[in-house]
Design a protein around this ligand. Structure first.
Ligand code: BES
Ligand code: ZN
Length: 458
């Protein structure tokens, strides 16, 4: 057995304890009062990089949260250079009351660690950190050149990372990017994700009268902003789940027959999917399968909506304003800016008279695809097979990691999405978890990947 494998087995407990230490830091990028925690998480990783013997270790300041950097460039110029990317920031833990145990007090139940960020992305990003440590501590070297960046703004759309890439283009030059921030197809069914969706995120404000009104005195004579908002939202999609914004589908690359056939061959259990969510029926764009709907077709969803009285009992009131947050998941070649503009125009067009509507654009990002013939995927596939005992599936996923498209655009590098999470990890939800077995296997897969890659010809 390779020495790095032995090391990974021997240090299993310590790796877990260290991950738990990282999980205790509430590095929520969306909440400004957690700024100090976010920095503390960055410092924690920087220390790790220092201790394990990476070179050039540095916290790069940005106008937002720092990027942690470290490298090992002594494998030789004939060896490929892998840029490992991950994020140490997490989503807010709300709603807090639905957590069985505290979100920032990692707790192990049935072999899973429960904490915000356990799967997305501290646990997954940490697999590579520990894989690199295992190589350096046993062999004193890595078989390929490695650069690592762990950022702190992924969950808010990586606003400062694109400028960072542009500014440090030389430093980050690489042959490929390695990322673990996605999911396996199922438990014990490893997979490599070759497609991610893009995103356009919008906020709609509807303003009616200058104050809340008595719904008896004024109701029926004044446009109600909440009713108006509902009318707008109802106009965005039809009953078949088709987005009604003119031009929305114009740039969508249709799924090829071949890709549809491949997707249909994946071992997807629709009944289990429904059971796991306690829904009697699936819903989505007519003419597409559930897998296609959730990964390779564009869609639109309300993420939040507000207005009017939400307290106990009934209050007869006509609210002065209402609002909603709406996301659109995009596929190649939809452009988030163009989609945002089309959305804005259409919302104004269908808004009923009597209210003022303001549409704002939040962060977004392009969809990303990795060419299935990319040689790095072969090494990743081999590494999975060596550790999991079976070849990974190649899948598309519906989530977004906007920086993946920028890695391609700015650095010219394809990304290998080597996910160790599960769809049931409840990322962004209460009771997020990560399997410690997959944490362990993830470390081994990453360590093995570096070795296999060193022997593969580009
Ligand atoms: N790890 C996720 C992305 C992901 C989720 C990929 C599920 C594949 C399957 C990532 O941290 C994330 O949540 N991204 C955001 C991006 C947004 C904030 C720009 C997302 O997808 O909502
Ligand atoms: Zn993530």
């Amino acid at each position: 057995m390779a020495r790095y494998f032995e090391y990974i087995d021997q240090h299993k407990e310590r790796f877990e304890q260290e991950l738990f230490d990282l999980l205790r830091i509430p590095s929520i990028s969306a909440v400004s009062s957690n700024k100090g925690d976010v920095r503390q998480a960055a410092e924690f990783i920087r220390e790790q990089f220092d201790q394990m013997g990476l070179n050039g270790v540095q916290l790069f300041e940005t106008p937002g949260n720092p990027v942690v950097y470290g490298e090992y460039m002594d494998a030789g110029r004939d060896k490929p250079t892998v840029l490992v990317y991950g994020h140490y920031d997490v989503q807010p833990p709300d709603p807090l009351e639905l957590w069985e145990t505290e979100p920032f007090e990692p707790t192990v139940r049935n072999g899973d660690v429960y904490a915000r960020g356990a799967s997305d992305d501290k646990g997954q990003a940490y697999t590579h950190v520990k894989a690199i440590e295992s190589w350096l501590k046993t062999e004193g070297r890595l078989p390929v050149n490695v650069k690592v960046i762990i950022e702190g703004e992924e969950e808010i759309g990586s606003p400062n990372l694109v400028p960072f890439l542009q500014e440090h283009k030389e430093m980050l030059a690489c042959d490929m990017v390695l990322i673990s921030d996605t999911s396996m197809f199922d438990k014990d069914v490893p997979s490599i994700t070759y497609g991610l969706r893009g995103l356009a995120y919008m906020q709609v404000y509807v303003q009616g009268p200058n104050r809340d009104l008595h719904s008896g005195t004024y109701g029926g004579a004044v446009q109600n902003p909440l009713n108006a908002l509902c009318e707008i939202i109802a106009g965005l999609k039809d009953k078949d789940g088709v987005v009604q914004i003119p031009g929305f589908y114009d740039d969508v690359i249709a799924l090829s027959d071949e890709e549809r056939a491949e997707s249909a061959r994946l071992p997807f259990d629709e009944q289990a999917f429904k059971d796991s969510l306690a829904i009697g029926q699936v819903f989505g764009e007519k003419g597409y399968t559930t897998l296609e709907r959730k990964s390779s077709r564009p869609t639109l969803d309300v993420n939040g909506i507000w207005g009017g009285y939400q307290g106990e009992g009934a209050k007869t009131v006509l609210p002065a304003k209402a609002g909603a947050k709406i996301s659109m998941r995009l596929v190649p070649d939809q452009d988030p800016k163009k989609i945002a503009a089309l959305f804005t125009r259409y919302v104004h067009q269908i808004a009923p008279a009597g209210v003022t509507v303001v549409v704002e654009e939040h962060h977004g990002g392009h969809a990303a695809m990795t060419d299935l013939n990319f040689y790095g995927l072969e090494a990743a596939s081999q590494a999975f097979e060596d550790v999991y005992g079976r070849k990974p599936l190649f899948t598309r996923e519906g989530g977004s990691i906007p920086i993946v498209a920028d890695f391609k655009k700015v650095l010219g590098a394809d990304s290998i999405l080597m996910g160790f999470g599960l769809n049931s990890d409840a990322i962004h939800s209460p009771n997020e978890k990560f399997s410690l077995e997959d944490f362990h296997r993830g470390i081994k897969t990453s360590a093995r990947f570096f070795e296999v890659l060193a022997g593969v010809k580009a």
